[in-house]
Structure formats: C-alpha cells, structure tokens
Write a protein that binds this ligand. Structure first.
Ligand code: FES
Length: 116
C-alpha cells in the first residue's frame, strides 16, 4: 500500500491509498480522479493515462520500457518527465509519489508544472 498524491489540472490534490501491485492509473481510476481515462485498460496502447512525475520519483520508478517510450514519442508533445501511469506499478517504495494530471487526456496541457 502506498499513498499516491494526484494533482489535478486546477491544482486540486487528492491523496489515494493504492494497493501494491496496482498501477497508478488503476489507483486513480478507482478513486474517480478526473483526467485519468485509461482507455486500453493498461495495455500501453492508448496513452490516455499520462502523468508528469518529478525527477527524484522518476529515478525511483525506473526508466520507461520500449512500448511506453514509443507511445509517448508517438504523441510528440510530451514533456521529458511524462509517463504512462498504467506502466507505473505501486509498491511501498512509491509511498508519497506525486503525479501531475493533464487538463484532459487529449491534451498535453498540464496545469501545475511543478514537475521537472
Ligand atoms: S491505459 Fe492505455 S496506455 Fe495506459
């Protein structure tokens, strides 16, 4: 179990306890987080689960795999610290992770650009 902090486009923050083994996308969807779509159910084929993550957390999460990188590169307009939240699996090491949500999953517009 880890507390994941979802920062929405308008700056609102929701802290959600997410069970180990779920993805950050699944945790957000279960909690009804706006702008967390996850259309493909976590198969890394839709990019509707985009988040930004601060660099220290990126180091803990580890590098994106080839499929995730390909999806993000396909978008072409994603910041370097963007990730697909369906590919970020929760465990105790991610307790306190802060993720930043876009305005909508159709846009690359993130409201709170603290991440970087
Ligand atoms: S839910 Fe489809 S790529 Fe993440």
């Amino acid at each position: 179990m880890a507390k994941i902090i979802y920062v929405e486009f308008d700056g609102g923050r929701r802290t959600v306890e997410v069970a180990d083994g779920l993805s950050v996308m699944e945790g957000g969807r279960q909690a009804g987080i706006d702008a967390m779509d996850g259309d493909c159910g976590g198969c890394c084929s839709c990019a509707t689960c985009k988040i930004l993550v601060d660099q220290p957390w990126l180091d803990k999460i580890g590098a994106a795999g080839p499929d995730e990188r390909e999806m993000l590169e396909f978008r072409g307009d994603m910041p370097a610290n963007a990730r697909l939240s369906c590919q970020v699996i929760v465990g105790p090491e991610l307790d306190g992770l802060v993720v930043y949500m876009p305005k909508t999953q159709d846009s690359a517009e993130f409201g709170v650009l603290e991440a970087g």
